[in-house]
Design a protein around this ligand. Structure first.
Ligand code: GLU
Length: 278
């Protein structure tokens, strides 16, 4: 008997900003195992929008590392830099829906206003946007003309609303918009979408049914759920993997060169001997 094709679609979404390390390997191995177990497809997304940090040689390197781990995915790889028209269309939609606002404050102004706000962003997360800088709801939006595309745009979070999802690993997760979660960047004045917008658009449009990624992105999930809803799309499920910590209890980062997969490989480590369980 032939099983019906599975509707599961997962994705691997590395950023080509450095060598992948053991923490990435574990997250990507979990994504691979879950797609396999569901009999589904796994996409490969190249998160290459950050022109200042992404380098083509890291794209080749991450593919080499993932192949060495024995992971397989559906070709062709999707590069975010080739999907700018999709992100522009999404921003137009958010603009028409009136859920974004332009933000012309400098970083210094934001930092100064943030001092008086009691919130603090987690490590690596964007800082909480000071509510005093938010234009009043219903204020007319400038058009998305040439100047408009060269402006920072933020998503206006629905004040007081509980945003929640059931995580496949961590269980129920909830945040209150406006107190746990500030207005976040969706478009940068250099003409590039933020990670939040690009990721939400891709997961929704590419038909991803489950996002497997590190627990450092749980806060981003709340934001992406808001974007996906505002775009009128269906949200995927989420499975966040606990982060791998170093001997000092700090999360592994690209600075941990000793745990780069390329280093391990060069030392003769076999992928079969890596503990990639969660
Ligand atoms: N490219 C992102 C990163 O490496 C992950 C994005 C995601 O899985 O949503 O942090």
């Amino acid at each position: 008997m032939v099983n019906p094709p599975s509707s599961y679609v997962g994705r691997l979404a590395p950023s080509p900003t450095g060598r992948l390390h053991l923490g990435h390997a574990r997250t990507f191995a979990v994504a691979h195992r879950r797609a396999r177990a569901a009999g589904g497809r796994l996409l490969m997304r190249n998160d290459d929008l950050d022109a200042a940090r992404c380098r083509p040689e890291f794209v080749a390197a991450m593919i080499e590392d993932l192949r060495w781990l024995g992971l397989e995915w559906a070709e062709p790889m999707v590069s975010q830099s080739a999907r700018l028209d999709r992100y522009r269309a999404a921003l137009e939609r958010l603009h028409a829906a009136g859920v974004i606002f332009p933000c012309r404050h400098s970083r210094r102004e934001l930092a100064e206003a943030a001092v008086s706000a009691p919130h603090e962003g987690a490590e690596g997360d964007e800082p909480f946007y000071p509510p005093v800088l938010r234009p009043p709801a219903g204020a007319p939006l400038p058009p998305l003309d040439e100047a408009g595309w060269g402006t920072n745009w933020r998503f206006r979070v629905p004040e007081g609303e509980l945003v929640a999802f059931d995580d496949g690993y961590f269980g129920r997760q909830a945040a209150v918009a406006g107190s746990d979660l500030g207005d976040f960047l969706v478009w940068r004045k250099d003409g590039v979408p933020s990670y939040q917008l690009a990721c939400a658009v891709d997961d929704a449009e590419l038909g991803v049914t489950e996002v497997v990624r590190g627990a450092d992105l749980i806060r981003s999930t709340f934001r992406q759920l808001l974007v996906i809803r505002a775009l009128g799309r269906t949200a995927p499920g989420y499975y966040h993997c606990p982060l791998m910590l170093d001997e000092h209890g700090r999360r592994l980062a690209k600075r941990h060169d000793a745990l780069a997969l390329a280093e391990l490989r060069a030392c003769g480590v076999s992928p079969a001997n890596l503990d990639l369980s969660v």
